[in-house]
Design a protein around this ligand. Structure first.
Ligand code: BES
Ligand code: ZN
Ligand code: ZN
Length: 483
């Protein structure tokens, strides 16, 4: 979609639908709209449109107006409006416009400038809402918004904001595509190819093969891959844009999690293709950061593998050694994510990072506790965690902190090894992070569990059903703040 910014009046714009955001019960903006538009809107009753959050009303025009339709979109009560309100309204409005078959809408910015919110925020929600995954559909829905005009004075700052949201929303789209792709196509090798294709000046990518991982002593990561014929790929991306020690992002990249020998029940098993959503987010963030040339050094690690119960599979009770020498007794092969992350965190230390942030669909308990509306966070660095909370509020990828009390270490005591890979039935959201903290040691580290948020079962205002792309906007914002 092309986005234009033009200083023309609402009544003269060459669009097919004019989108008009309104706050609830406030018809003040009408006075700026000229007599023809004013008359049409004044003829509507409050039963048709009040301006409640995400309420829409489509109106026909006539006479001297160039737009043939007006679309009113509600923002709710003025004092309750936050950036998320505008993002959602953008999502609602643009998906509505597309679905009724129009392709060239325009956005009136009268209300938004009164609210002092940039139209880029509205566009962010709009573009995110238009995402669709139809690669495998023989008959594709051809309805598409081709161009969008923002009725506003062109400025450097607005065009900068638009460039940023275009890059970021494209990155979210990439993350969603990777996660929606079925696991027979989205193998560790395919993920590695996708990463390698991002290579350019300032962004290098390397892939460690199984033999390399073996040499490095990544027994924890490799234990997960043994039950599958798909070769594991340990993917490392390095972006150099700054001078300081890098931030390392690690994304869980289990391209399919059957549970292994502790095989999962069949209900919903098809969704375990989304167990690489953390890796998809990391890949997408690094792409966005490199395109927007943020002045930071960033490393992305995707320890990609499948978790299948083939003949060579790891058994419950097996003991393996991680890259840092820690021995791990595997009680449950379905707790495989932490095994891959343990070695990824150990490997990350080679970069002497200023911080390690991992993002993972790690526990069912996270989804049980928070549903689809919050990311669980644990870690050892107060400053980064507080920044993460702020970024979560700003992006509406909300995070909620859980404790990492010393007592939880007891849960992980093994009779025969240094640690076991699960802590029992209770407390599994926190014990999974406690397990990871053993490998992070003193390095500033934050863990995000996105098991509940990476996939949505229902359409949301700017997140269609399926992969949500969670973490991309959140991590981008955090990196910018802590760089
Ligand atoms: N990938 C799953 C976690 C998950 C569950 C993600 C549901 C998304 C939706 C993870 O590998 C897993 O199986 N975790 C187990 C750990 C248990 C064996 C301690 C779980 O949470 O049940
Ligand atoms: Zn699992
Ligand atoms: Zn898993």
């Amino acid at each position: 979609m092309n986005i234009y910014v033009k200083k023309i009046s609402e009544k003269d714009c060459a669009c097919d639908v004019l989108v008009l955001p309104f706050t609830e019960g406030d018809r003040g903006p009408l006075k700026h709209l000229g007599p023809s538009i004013k008359a049409i809107i004044e003829n509507t009753s409050p039963f048709e449109f009040q301006g409640k959050k995400n309420e829409v009303l489509l109106l026909q025009t006539a006479g001297d107006l160039r737009p043939k339709r007006l679309l009113l979109v509600g923002l709710g009560k003025k004092k309750e409006i936050v950036p998320e309100t505008i993002r959602q309204a953008g999502g609602k409005a643009l998906s509505f416009v597309r679905d009724i078959g129009f392709s060239k809408p325009a956005l009136s910015t009268i209300t938004l400038s009164d609210l002092k919110v940039s139209p880029a925020v509205f566009m962010e929600g709009g573009i995110l809402a238009l995402y669709r995954y139809d690669l495998y559909k023989s008959e594709k829905d051809t309805k598409e918004i081709k161009e969008m005009t923002i009725l506003s004075t062109p400025s450097k700052s607005l065009s900068g904001e638009l460039t940023e949201i275009k890059t970021l929303t494209r990155a979210v789209g990439l993350a969603r595509d990777l996660v929606n792709t079925p696991a027979n196509a989205m193998t560790p090798s395919h993920l590695a190819h996708t990463a390698l294709a991002l290579r350019k000046k300032g962004l290098s990518v390397s892939v460690l093969e199984s033999a390399d991982a073996e040499k490095l002593g990544m027994g924890a990561y490799l234990s997960v891959s043994r039950g599958s014929d798909e070769p594991p790929k340990f993917i490392v991306l390095e972006y150099k844009g700054g001078r300081k020690a890098p931030i390392v992002l690690i994304g869980k990249s289990v391209t399919f999690d059957s549970g292994g020998i502790n095989i999962k029940p069949s209900d919903g098993l098809e969704k375990m293709k989304y167990d690489m959503a953390g890796g998809a987010a990391v890949l997408a963030v690094i792409k966005a950061v490199s395109e927007l040339r943020l002045p930071v050094n960033l490393v992305g690690i995707l320890p990609a593998t499948e978790n299948l119960p083939g003949g060579g599979a790891t058994r419950p009770g097996d003991v393996v050694k991680a890259i840092n020498g820690t021995t791990i007794e595997i009680i449950n092969t379905d707790a495989e994510g932490r095994m891959t992350l343990a070695d990824a965190i150990g490997y990350a230390k080679k970069f002497t990072p200023s911080a390690i942030i991992d993002i993972a669909t790690l526990t069912g308990a996270c989804a049980v506790a928070f549903g689809g509306d919050a990311v669980a966070m644990m870690g050892n660095d107060r400053r980064i965690m507080e920044t993460m909370k702020q970024s979560g509020e700003f992006t509406n990828e909300k995070v909620w902190e859980m404790p990492l009390f010393d007592e939880y270490r007891e849960y992980l005591k093994s009779d025969i090894a240094d640690i076991k890979n699960i802590g029992g039935r209770t407390g599994s959201l926190v014990t999974s992070a406690k397990f990871l903290s053993e490998f992070a040691g003193e390095t500033p580290w934050v863990h995000l569990d996105i098991a509940g948020t990476a996939w949505t079962e229902k359409d949301r205002p700017y997140t269609p059903k399926g992969a949500s792309g969670i973490g991309v906007r959140l991590l981008f914002d955090v990196i910018r703040k802590i760089q």
